[in-house]
Design a protein around this ligand. Structure first.
Ligand code: MN3
Length: 204
């Protein structure tokens, strides 16, 4: 069975940028709902239920045809939301340092360029989706992607390092329709230490 991972912080830890009320819905209802639907879809397939979420997504083409949409949608959202919670911290914000900062400067020219491009990816995603920073396994560079609905760069030979949810449910209670304000405040909670750890693993 897939399980909802514990939040790595208290539900009010991201305030005032993201409220406890938003997490009550986003984590307890939306993310938990995707996990429950994934488990229901796969209930007769114990070998799929015993896989890691990464392996399940990466091998979805070998799963029975009628399960592939549920794997990509509910499994993708489980993966994406787990990455989103890890991308933030109550002690987040500020600037990245060390190898992560160097990789960002090498790939995007400067940290400010990166911030502008990442914010633009989130702002320009039409409808529901995600903005991502990933390590490209082929070129060894950092790259920014935006993905629609439950899509993830994991399936495009990339190792995701951080993500920002731009579905309306991520920000509507706190910001109503003002997605750019949510994106602007996202920088105050980014967990750069966690992003660094993921980059170190990807390049090890
Ligand atoms: Mn969401």
């Amino acid at each position: 069975m897939f399980t909802l991972p514990d939040l790595p912080y208290a539900k009010n830890a991201l305030e005032p940028h993201i409220s406890e009320n938003t997490l009550n819905y986003h984590y307890d209802k939306h993310h938990a709902g995707y996990v429950a639907k994934l488990n229901t879809a796969l209930e007769d397939h114990p070998h799929l239920l015993s896989m890691s979420i990464d392996s399940l997504l990466l091998s979805h083409e070998t799963a029975p045809k009628e399960l592939q949409a549920a794997i990509l949608n509910n499994g993708g959202q489980h993966y994406n939301h787990s990455m989103y919670w890890e991308s933030m911290s109550g002690q987040g914000g500020g600037d990245p340092v060390g190898a992560l900062l160097e990789a960002i400067e090498e790939s995007f020219g400067s940290f400010d360029n990166f911030k502008g491009d990442f914010a633009a990816a989130g702002a320009s995603q039409f409808g529901s989706g995600w903005a991502w920073l990933s390590y490209d396994n082929t070129t060894g560079k950092l790259v920014i992607d935006k993905t629609l609905n439950a899509d993830t760069p994991l399936l495009k030979a990339k190792t995701p390092l951080m993500t920002m949810d731009v579905w309306e449910h991520a920000y509507y209670l706190d910001y109503q329709n003002a997605r750019p304000q949510y994106i602007n405040n996202f920088w105050e909670v980014v967990n750069w230490a966690g992003v660094s750890e993921k980059l170190n693993k990807a390049t090890a």
